[in-house]
Ligand binder design. Structure first.
Ligand code: ADP
Length: 164
């Protein structure tokens, strides 16, 4: 029997992408044949980078790290509708804490109820359990050191962005 080609999407804001996200992506690609990182274009307050800038930074990382089977694009609207348009088999999400579990549980059940799509979770690696884009944006605005929390190319871009 031919093996099924499994395509996953990893939706999120990625404003900006962190080492925690990269960990989920690098571990996720071992489980799937194809992984599309999907940057949500929904209007959010306190956005640091535009969706296009976020896509560019992620694309740079994919090339830098020679990640095969991984691509990035942006999307607007409902995640399940985007997943259907890309013929995705599963949604990948990451979990850091019980708070994440509570929220993600509800989201995953809703997505399965409305679209029949499964969500697969990857637990954070301990060292990234506290890393969030929200925290990164806060530390960045106060001029703190982010070198252990985000990829260096993202950090370089962030510094330029804040100096503008
Ligand atoms: P969203 O606004 O959709 O939550 P995020 O960019 O904040 O988008 O996160 C995208 C996904 O990555 C979510 O499933 C989130 O739980 C997960 N994630 C974020 N940071 C980490 C981390 N440090 N370790 C594991 N998963 C993470």
């Amino acid at each position: 029997m031919a093996k099924k080609h499994v395509r996953a999407i990893f939706p999120g804001s990625f404003d900006p992408i962190t080492n925690g996200h990269m960990d989920v992506i690098e571990r996720g690609i071992k489980l799937f044949d194809e992984l599309i990182i999907a940057v949500g274009r929904s209007p959010v307050k306190n956005q640091l980078f535009t969706p296009q800038q976020r896509v560019e930074m992620i694309d740079e990382l994919i090339n830098e790290r020679n990640m095969t089977g991984v691509s990035v694009e942006s999307f607007e609207g409902l995640t399940v509708e985007y997943a259907a348009s890309r013929k995705a088999d599963v949604i990948l999400r990451g979990l850091r804490s019980l708070t994440d579990v509570q929220y993600e549980f509800q989201l995953a059940m809703t997505n399965r109820a409305v679209a029949g799509i499964e969500t697969i979770f990857i637990m954070t690696s301990e060292q990234y359990g506290f890393t969030s884009s929200t925290l990164i944006r806060e530390i960045a605005s106060l001029g703190g050191d982010l070198s252990n929390l985000i990829p260096s190319s993202v950090y370089e871009r962030l510094k330029k962005h804040l100096n503008k």
